[in-house]
Every structure is written in structure tokens, then in C-alpha cells.
Design a protein around this ligand. Structure first.
Ligand SMILES: Cc1cc2nc3c(=O)[nH]c(=O)nc-3n(C[C@H](O)[C@H](O)[C@H](O)COP(=O)(O)OP(=O)(O)OC[C@H]3O[C@@H](n4cnc5c(N)ncnc54)[C@H](O)[C@@H]3O)c2cc1C
Length: 407
């Protein structure tokens, strides 16, 4: 890469790295500025060196064969063959201080009566509670599906836009339905950041953006400045709004209205013999202190079991989070082999979000500035990559190049 890149991306989560991937594959040298010490953002596999590198997912834990754009990138990087099957386990409900089966909360007759409304219903403009309450039944929504949706997005789900929660996508039959990677999902952003044409600067928190002719200048917290003809923002909406205040005030005003949910994620590792629960996928919490939990039981280890418990941000200190998780696991806090805390952030989308995105897209029309993230189509990894791809195509024209086309 010459000293001045063609394209700068701010944020090295999956949104920013997929934007960098598409640009670099099309011959645009790309500098990625990342505030943290590692790429990946919410794709964050936490390894415990004191346990021989045993790892637990602190953020996303599953990719699917419906993630067509992500799979395309993994193919191009030669890492799709590393996709690793996850052992199939079921989730348990955590309710009234007890573990219960999922079916124990189901109201089957109400479900059968309501389902036709789900298949006939329109998600557009409806909240999760409106759409799924109608289509699954009010009691089913209250006792099972509402808590389950809250578990998926780690925040209250009632007012979330229904169309942003699950999106039907075609499945690739040649790929595992649900997969991880041998060293956890962080392998994917790490491979993306190391690809040719991409330079990653970690510890580089962008603090200001200015327009320079048709291009941009980005200033970082350490005072360094970086210039390029093209710029993509791939940071949470509150950060994007602050960065855009001078360079794109109309866009900043729209983005600034999108709220964030703060999540305290508690990672715990135990010896297998010290746990009272059988292997499970995780917990859907109906009324507990935590929102949800995901286990690492999908990839067996001879001695250890790991968990990520997600709590509403800033409610409990680490000791209280560990105590709450131990109650659900039938475990003694003093038997913990290792623990770590991670702050996660996810956008708190609301009804009417599609109109906000349409207004933002109008403000960006014709601009070399692109904005991507998990706050456009939805929060899944594939939603992020899909937005990055469409922002690439808007600015550079044509479909984002595939490996076959680039060869
Ligand atoms: C607990 C949890 C579980 C999940 N599970 C799944 C799952 O199983 N499957 C799935 O598909 N999705 C899952 N998701 C959702 C998905 O992982 C995220 O929505 C997605 O990874 C977000 O990517 P992103 O790049 O948009 O944002 P982020 O990952 O938040 O990345 C933004 C990046 O910008 C950086 N940044 C912020 N400010 C600055 C600045 N000023 N300058 C430079 N850099 C900056 C941040 O450090 C970060 O690295 C999960 C999310 C969470 C939190």
C-alpha cells in the first residue's frame, strides 16, 4: 500500500472488516482504524492462557449456512473449510430460580390457534411484541417467546422492529447448518484483517472526521491523522453520530437518534466434575438477574466447561454476576477455574427504524462516505456483511467482486 490509502474504515468489527474486504478485493487499498487492541468487535473469542488457551465466546457464538455474504468472504479467504460443527444441545429456561424445559412454558393450543396469523402477518412496521404476540399467542409470547427473543438480542425485545429480528435467507446446502471455528469465531475477523490490501491499526480510536476536497481526513486520539478519498464508518451509532457532527451533520442527526443497549457479559470456566447441570446450549432467562447465557458445550473439552452469562449493563458487580450464574449452574463460586468480564454493546432498534435508515440513505446518496453496522438490516453477522456489501455497491458500482470474478 502507498502511504495514502484509497479507503479508510473506522471500526474493525465484522461490519468494518467486510467493508474493507470488498474494497480491497476491488483494488482499493484500505486502512482500518480500530480503537481496541484486537479486531472483531462483538466477534470476540476470549482465550484463557492460564487454562492452556481454553476459550469461551464473549459475543457471537454461531454462524449459519444462510449467511451467504459471509460465506462468500470465507470462501475467498480460504477459511470456509475450517467451519466446525457444533454439537446439538437444547436451551433451558431459567424461571423462579429453577431450570425448566422449554416445552414446560408452551401453551400448545394457543399456539395452534395463532400460527395462521404468523404466516399471514406482515412484519413491516410491526414491533416484535405486536407481530409475534399475534402469531404465537399472547400467553406464549409472555411466558416463552418474549424471553427467548430478549435472549437473542440481549435486551428487552418488545419494541424491537419485527423485521430486524429474523430475516429469511437462502441456505447453502454444502455448508454446515450452524458452525463455529476450531479456535472460535474470532478466527474469521482475524483472517479478514490479515488479507492483502488491508492494513489494520489497533489502538487507533478515531475522534474527528473532516472533509478534504472530495476526500476525508480522520484524526485519532493519539493526534495522528489519516487521509483517503473514500471513508466507511463501521462503529456504533452513538460513536458515528459524534464523528459525523461536522462532516455530515444531516446524517449525524439521524444516526444520533438510535439508542444503544449496554450488556455486561460474565465469562466463567469450571471443571466438568464441579457442575450440577448436564450439557446444554444455554439459558433463556424469564425472570432471573441475567438476560441469557450461552455455554461452550457445543465443542467438547475433556476437563472444562465454559459459559457466557449476559446481564443488563451496570446493574450488578462481578461478584454478584458470578453468584447469579452459579445458582443457574448449580456450582460453587469458589470452584471457578477462571472468570472474565466483557462489556458488549448492541443497538436498541425501535419500531420505525426502517424509515430512519431510508432517511439516512437519502442523506448519503452521492457521497463517498459509507456507513455500515449492525443497526441497518438487523444485528446478525450476516446483516452487517450485507449492509457493507450494499454500501460498497452504492459507491463503487456493480456487485462486490467475488473470488471467481477477481481471478
Ligand atoms: C453477546 C452477543 C451474542 C451474539 N451472538 C450472535 C450470533 O451467535 N450470531 C450472529 O450472527 N450474531 C450474533 N451477535 C451479533 C453480532 O455479533 C454483532 O451484531 C456484530 O458482530 C456487530 O458487528 P459490527 O462490526 O457492526 O459492530 P462491533 O462488533 O460493535 O464493532 C465495532 C468496532 O468499532 C470499534 N470502535 C468503536 N469506536 C471506535 C472509534 N472511535 N474508532 C475506531 N474504532 C472504534 C469497536 O472497538 C469495535 O471493534 C451477538 C452479539 C452479542 C453482543
Amino acid at each position: 500500500m502507498s502511504d495514502r490509502p484509497s479507503h479508510i474504515v473506522i471500526g474493525a468489527g465484522i461490519s468494518g472488516l467486510s467493508a474493507a474486504h470488498y474494497a480491497a478485493r476491488n483494488g482499493r487499498s484500505t486502512l482500518v482504524l480500530e480503537a481496541d487492541a484486537r479486531p472483531g468487535g462483538c466477534m470476540h473469542t476470549h482465550a484463557f492462557p492460564e487454562l492452556g488457551g481454553y476459550w469461551v465466546e464473549a459475543g457471537s457464538h454461531s454462524c449459519f449456512n444462510s449467511y451467504g455474504n459471509l460465506l462468500g468472504i470465507m470462501d475467498e479467504l480460504g477459511i470456509l473449510s475450517r467451519a466446525t460443527a457444533k454439537a446439538k444441545q437444547s436451551y433451558k429456561l431459567w424461571q423462579g430460580g429453577a431450570r425448566k424445559s422449554i416445552v414446560s412454558a408452551l401453551h400448545p393450543f394457543e399456539l395452534v390457534r395463532s400460527l395462521p396469523k404468523l404466516f399471514g402477518g406482515d412484519k413491516a412496521g410491526a414491533s416484535v411484541r405486536e407481530y409475534y404476540g399475534r402469531g404465537l399467542g399472547r400467553k406464549n409470547y409472555r411466558d416463552l417467546f418474549g424471553p427467548a427473543f430478549r435472549s437473542v438480542i440481549c435486551q428487552p425485545a418488545d419494541d424491537f422492529p419485527a423485521e430486524a429480528l429474523f430475516r429469511k435467507k437462502p441456505r447453502r446446502k454444502d455448508v454446515l447448518r450452524s458452525f463455529t471455528m476450531p479456535e472460535g469465531l474470532s478466527e474469521i475477523p482475524q483472517a479478514m484483517a490479515a488479507a492483502p490490501g488491508i492494513t489494520l491499526l489497533t489502538g487507533a480510536a478515531a475522534t474527528a472526521i473532516a472533509r478534504e476536497g472530495e476526500g476525508f481526513s480522520v484524526t485519532c486520539a493519539d493526534g495522528s491523522r489519516h487521509g483517503a478519498d473514500w471513508l466507511t464508518l463501521a462503529v456504533p451509532p452513538d460513536v458515528a453520530a459524534a464523528l459525523l457532527a461536522d462532516a455530515a451533520p444531516d446524517a449525524a442527526a439521524i444516526v444520533g437518534a438510535i439508542a444503544m443497549a449496554e450488556i455486561d457479559t460474565q465469562l466463567l470456566v469450571f471443571d466438568k466434575s464441579d457442575l450440577g447441570v448436564d450439557a446444554l446450549a444455554g439459558f433463556i432467562s424469564v425472570d432471573g438477574d441475567f438476560l441469557s447465557a450461552v455455554s461452550r458445550d457445543f465443542l467438547d473439552h475433556p476437563e472444562l466447561r465454559g459459559f457466557a452469562f449476559h446481564f443488563p449493563g451496570d446493574r450488578l458487580d462481578e461478584q454478584a454476576r458470578i453468584a447469579a450464574a452459579c445458582r443457574a449452574l448449580d456450582a460453587q463460586p469458589e470452584r471457578l477455574r477462571a472468570a472474565a468480564s466483557v462489556r458488549n454493546r448492541l443497538p436498541a432498534l425501535r419500531k420505525g427504524h426502517a424509515e430512519q435508515v431510508a432517511a439516512l440513505d437519502r442523506a448519503l446518496a452521492g457521497d463517498r462516505l459509507g456507513i455500515t453496522g449492525n443497526w441497518f438490516l438487523g444485528v446478525s453477522i450476516e446483516d452487517c456483511v450485507t449492509r457493507s456489501r450494499s454500501e460498497h455497491e452504492r459507491r463503487y458500482g456493480g456487485p462486490a467482486q467475488t473470488a471467481a470474478a477477481a481471478a
